[in-house]
Structures are given as structure tokens and as C-alpha cells.
Design a protein around this ligand. Structure first.
Ligand code: ARG
Length: 441
């Protein structure tokens, strides 16, 4: 392997690259993933060159046909991209030269790898946004189906890891998962907005004096417009930063939901299906929440990726810097990682169920109806703080006797100085439904 053959070097560059430096610095192992986008971008650029009179129709047709054929040839193994190239862009151009000869020397007219890679990345991110939206939708559909299967199940809502208030399963899954994912999905529209401008025409950093028709390439690639400013077009990665932030926030939300399921499972309120439960290699009785623990753990990786990307960009001046090459592995990992986690949560939603009886026992044991009893007194005219103190005293007395609020009958309530009609307030199921009704359920 020899760097001296590289078409991105001249006499002024100073000879061949050290082979170890080339092997260490090439981005090809990472950016070969952009091959399809790179060829698509080059086809659009060729169309812009033709429209600008910089290529004949015959030249453009030759280049376009070759570029369009390459991704399938690489996928089938018919073509292997040269490993001793600096990146996918040079590997494609080298192959093009072998394939179509000297006319390949015109493809890079009025273009730099700087606007080229910015374009490839935007095309990849646009596709990633679509894949994320589709996978979020799949989770939301699965969550809806889970909610329908558990429509009438009452469970405890927790604060401080302690039973707090009776709630309904559909309210829990929406509050613990669906609504947050809907907000994340809405943020992706902002990413799309930041992907709207084509970088092609930005050149290395100052555009080009040649009459390349960048309106044609922009349109061919589905962008709204050619670049308004070449420095910004080739050097900014805000769209990717926002995308990775959305991945990190999705990861956080999936991790938070996972933490809920893990805790419900450890309290025996949830049964994990065999399809997703982990076993122990030693303890034969275990049914562990591995899926949820891994998803929770992945959330840490997403936050790390966001920080990696921000730190990569921080302190760079405007324009292109080779540091930017290191953005792609982080962006790919963030998107791949969160799409996989979304898919795992989608699978999990078909494979765990809330157990109504244990949920009821937990509600009773946790005196989850205390606030409801208190509000019953308030509805009867008592000041809240007085009701709060009165119910607190009752809870303390019951617990002192080894009992729970829900074990009181109407007579016992009366003996304790409460209206016996308030017995109605001690039913956790009715309490949950009364509360859910306030939220339209
Ligand atoms: N491989 C580079 C990247 O991924 C693109 C090449 C730009 N290189 C350069 N020396 N201007 O960012």
C-alpha cells in the first residue's frame, strides 16, 4: 500500500504519506457506510456540473451510470473499495477513474471533500430521522396495545420508591413512556429543519468561481436550497448535534421507563415473559429484567456520545478541520444504539404484564388511599391541614396495631371519629378511577 498514488496529493503536498499514518488516519472503515449517500451526492453534483456547462451530456451520463452502479457492486462484493484511501470520497473517485477513465477527473470540479462529506452526512441524518420516527411510532403503537390490555388494572404510583397513590395502568404507561417519546419525536422536526440546506457549492470553505448549478444539485437531493454561506455550509454540524441530543434524551426516557419496570418487577407487581426474562447461570429460580437493565445502561452511552460530539466541536474555528472526521462514528453509534433500544422496548411491551392482585396488595400495604380519605374529609368541609393531621393520626394508630387503612370497616371508621360513609374512600380501585377521571380516563 502506498499513499503516493493518492489523487488527493500533489507535489506541493510533499510526497507520500507514511503508511502507518495513512492507516491510522483514514476514515474509510467508518465512512464506507456513507457510500450510498456519497454516490447519490456525486450524481447530483454531476447534474449541477452539466447544467452549468462544465460537463457534456455524454460525460455526465457516463459518470452518473458508473456512480449509480457502485453501491450494489460493493454490496455484492464485486467491487472492493481500495483500503489505502483516505476516505470513502477518495475511494469512490479512484474506483471511478478505473471504471470510466480520464473523465473521472472532472467529477470533483468545483467541489471539495468538505462540502461533499457535509452533504453525505446530512443525507444520512435525514434518513436516520425517518428511521427514528418509524421506530418511535412502533413503540407508541405497542404502548397503546399494552394500555388496552391493562385498561382496568390499578397499580401504585410511587414517590421516593414508596407506594404513593393508586393510579390506572394506561395513565402510568403514558406518563412513564409514551408522552415523553411523543415530545422527542416532535424534536426531530427541528432536526429536519436544520437539514434543509444543501452544502454542495460550499467547496473547501469559499465556494467556487465556476458556474456549477448548485440549485440543480440541491433540488436533486431534496434540499430546500443551495448554501447561503460557504463557511457555515461546510463547517457546521448543528443538525447532527441536535440529532444526537434527541438520541440522548430518548435514551434517558427509555432508561427511566426501564427503571420503573425493574422496580415493579422487583416488587412482584409485574411478570416478565420468558421471551425477555434473563436467567441466572447458578440460581435456577431467577427471572431477571435484563432487557430493561441493558436499555437503562445504554442511556449512559447516549449521554457519553452527546458529550463526545460537543467536545469534538468545541473550540474549532469556522470552516473545516480534520477533527470533524471523528463526528461520524459518534453519530452512527448514537442513532444505531437508540434505534436498537426502541426496538427492544417495543418487544418488551408484548412481553410483560402487570399483576392486578399483587398491585392491590401493594396498595393496601402502602396505605395508598390515605390522601383519598383526607380529600373525602375536605369534600365534607374540613380544612385540608386538619384533615391531613387527622388521617395521619389514623394511619399511625392502624400501623401501631399492625393494620392498614383499607382494613377499617365503617364501624371502625366511626369509632375513630370519621363519617362512616367515608369507607368508600378506602377502596384503592375506586380511588384510582376517581383520580383518572380527572384526566379524562
Ligand atoms: N474524511 C474527512 C471527513 O470525514 C473528509 C475529508 C476532508 N478532508 C480534508 N483534508 N479536507 O471529515
Amino acid at each position: 500500500m502506498s499513499g503516493s498514488k493518492s489523487i488527493a496529493r500533489t507535489a506541493a503536498t510533499g510526497g507520500a504519506l507514511d503508511p502507518d499514518f495513512l492507516a491510522w488516519s483514514t476514515s474509510l472503515p467508518i465512512d464506507r457506510r456513507l457510500l450510498e449517500e456519497d454516490c447519490r451526492g456525486s450524481v447530483a453534483h454531476v447534474q449541477g456540473l452539466r447544467a452549468g456547462g462544465l460537463l457534456t451530456d455524454a460525460e455526465a451520463d457516463t459518470l452518473i451510470a458508473a456512480l449509480q452502479s457502485l453501491p450494489a457492486k460493493v454490496a455484492s462484493g464485486e467491487v472492493v473499495l481500495q483500503a489505502d484511501e483516505e476516505d470513502v470520497h477518495m475511494a469512490v473517485e479512484s474506483w471511478l477513474r478505473q471504471e470510466v477513465g480520464d473523465v473521472a477527473g472532472k467529477v470533483h470540479t468545483g467541489r471539495s471533500r468538505n462540502d461533499q462529506v457535509a452533504t453525505d452526512l446530512k443525507l444520512w441524518c435525514r434518513d436516520a430521522v425517518g428511521r427514528l420516527e418509524a421506530q418511535i411510532d412502533a413503540v407508541l403503537t405497542a404502548a397503546q396495545a399494552w394500555a388496552s390490555r391493562h385498561e382496568d388494572v390499578v397499580l401504585p404510583a410511587y414517590t421516593h420508591r414508596q407506594v404513593a397513590i393508586p393510579t390506572m395502568a394506561p395513565l402510568w404507561i403514558e406518563g412513564a413512556l409514551s408522552i415523553a417519546l411523543q415530545r422527542d419525536r416532535a424534536l426531530l422536526a427541528g432536526v429536519r429543519q436544520e437539514l434543509a440546506e444543501s452544502p454542495l457549492g460550499g467547496g473547501a470553505v469559499g465556494g467556487t468561481t465556476l458556474p456549477v448549478d448548485t440549485g440543480v444539485s440541491s433540488k436533486a437531493l431534496g434540499f430546500d436550497s443551495p448554501p447561503g454561506n460557504p463557511l457555515d455550509a461546510i463547517g457546521q454540524r448543528d443538525h447532527a448535534l441536535l440529532l444526537v441530543f434527541v438520541c440522548a434524551r430518548l435514551g434517558l426516557h427509555l432508561g427511566r421507563f426501564s427503571a420503573d419496570v425493574i422496580e415493579l418487577a422487583s416488587d412482584g407487581l409485574v411478570k416478565l415473559g420468558g421471551a425477555i426474562a434473563g436467567g441466572s447461570s447458578m440460581m435456577p429460580h431467577k427471572r431477571n429484567p435484563d432487557l430493561f437493565e441493558l436499555v437503562r445502561g445504554q442511556s449512559a452511552l447516549r449521554q457519553g456520545e452527546l458529550v463526545q460530539l460537543m467536545v469534538t466541536f468545541q473550540g474549532l474555528g469556522a470552516g473545516y478541520h480534520r477533527d470533524l472526521q471523528q463526528d461520524k462514528q459518534v453519530i452512527f453509534a448514537a442513532v444505531d444504539g437508540v434505534i436498537d433500544c426502541l426496538r427492544m422496548i417495543e418487544i418488551s411491551l408484548a412481553n410483560f404484564e402487570l399483576l392486578p392482585e399483587p398491585c392491590l396488595r401493594a396498595l393496601v400495604a402502602g396505605d395508598a388511599v390515605a390522601t383519598d380519605l383526607c380529600e373525602g374529609l375536605v369534600a365534607g368541609g374540613m380544612a385540608f391541614r386538619d384533615a391531613y393531621g387527622k388521617v395521619g393520626a389514623l394511619v399511625a394508630a392502624q400501623r401501631g396495631a399492625g393494620k392498614r387503612l383499607a382494613e377499617l370497616d365503617a364501624d371502625a371508621l366511626k369509632d375513630a371519629g370519621f363519617d362512616p360513609a367515608l369507607i368508600d374512600r378506602l377502596d384503592p380501585v375506586r380511588a384510582a378511577k376517581r383520580r383518572a377521571a380527572r384526566f379524562g380516563r
